[in-house]
Design a protein around this ligand. Structure first.
Ligand SMILES: NC(=O)c1ccc[n+]([C@@H]2O[C@H](COP(=O)([O-])OP(=O)(O)OC[C@H]3O[C@@H](n4cnc5c(N)ncnc54)[C@H](OP(=O)(O)O)[C@@H]3O)[C@@H](O)[C@H]2O)c1
Length: 313
């Protein structure tokens, strides 16, 4: 089968298309899926650059990629809840018990998969597993965001931000978001009430007494976010634990999110999509043969929402 692989860790994204990869063999507690579509996440580049090499036991070359949508081809003997031909979406990330999603076929763990939303095509469905699960886990499970509360979402035009704005509006929150100038209309159309250009404006000079900050950016943005919150507010970061001293000083809860792409979160994403609460945000679709171009586009073109790699039509 064809798969996009790496043969070394490198700061340059040295992904290549291997036309001669063995079909993944599944264990009795796995599914084999025909992958129809996959999407790129920043974590794919983190793997390629070797930042998590200590966690990866597989020898080079290996297939990368997490998010996918596809159809179940084979069901391991011990798996319950899925059958052949089920249309599914989820993660085939190697670190989540999968064999990598930028491939014609993937072995996946059934607890990292759910039935695909009925109203989405495969490309749209592949855009959602990691970013949808992140939004649900942070806004619903962690923050318990409620009607009338105010939230600042950093990186509103990104994969996670663009889904989180929609979910926060559905939960009844007032939403401020930071984006670059070209994305102002994009996030307003998603429902953002207040949009701040992160290059020209300082968000902390405009916003105060917020209940929650969802930080998908990190670095100095995280530290500058504390003063936006009211006492008892919450700062949830996708980029590691917020500073403990600052959390104490401002009397807020600082939380590092570690997204779990699991059946429960994916089912919640499916439900929200089928109720038209959240819609997938697909910027551009590449074919598997164009995998290198897809990564260059993702890292250099500031896409809105997600970049998709179509594996089969
Ligand atoms: N902890 C976890 O489990 C976990 C899970 C998923 C993702 N993550 C991390 O979360 C981050 C966001 O993920 P994603 O999929 O949403 O990434 P993404 O699609 O690449 O989006 C990032 C967004 O942030 C914007 N941005 C960059 N600098 C900014 C700034 N200073 N202020 C406001 N916005 C800024 C970018 O806009 P421009 O393009 O205009 O610069 C882009 O729209 C990534 O770093 C990812 O690795 C962590």
């Amino acid at each position: 089968m064809k798969a996009a692989q790496i043969k070394e860790y490198s700061q340059d994204e040295t992904i290549f298309l291997n036309n001669d990869v063995s079909m993944p063999k599944i264990g009795e507690d796995q599914l084999l899926v025909e992958v129809f579509s996959a999407s790129i996440n920043p974590f794919d580049s983190i793997i390629m650059k070797g930042y998590v090499k200590d966690l990866i036991k597989t020898p080079f070359p290996f297939t990368i990629g997490g998010d996918f949508s596809g159809r179940v081809l084979e069901v391991g003997q011990k798996v319950i809840g899925f059958k052949q031909k089920d249309e599914v979406f989820g993660t085939a990330l190697m670190l989540a018990g999968g064999s990598g999603s930028f491939a014609e076929f993937a072995a996946v763990s059934p607890d990292r998969v759910a039935l695909k939303p009925k109203n989405l095509n495969y490309n749209q469905a592949a855009s959602l597993p990691l970013v949808g699960s992140s939004a649900v886990q942070t806004l619903e499970d962690e923050m318990k965001l409620a009607s009338g509360q105010k939230i600042l979402i950093h990186g509103g035009a990104g994969g996670i931000g663009s889904i989180s704005i929609q979910l926060a509006k559905h939960l009844g929150a007032y939403v401020a978001t930071t984006v670059s100038k070209k994305d102002v209309d994009f996030v307003k159309n998603l429902g953002a009430d207040e949009v701040i250009d992160y290059k020209d404006d300082r968000f902390e000079e405009r916003l105060k007494d917020y209940d929650a900050v969802y930080d998908t950016v990190g670095g100095e943005t995280t530290n500058r976010s504390f003063s936006v919150l009211k006492k008892g507010g919450i700062l949830a970061s996708m980029k590691g634990p917020p500073d403990e001293e600052l959390s104490k000083k401002y009397q807020v809860l600082g939380v590092a999110i570690n997204t779990k792409v699991n059946t429960e979160h994916l089912n919640r994403v499916k439900e929200l999509v089928e109720e038209n609460v959240i819609g997938p945000q697909v910027d551009k679709i590449f074919s598997l043969d164009e995998i290198k171009e897809a990564f260059v586009y993702k890292s250099g073109s500031h896409p809105r929402g997600k970049v998709i790699v179509r594996i089969r039509s």
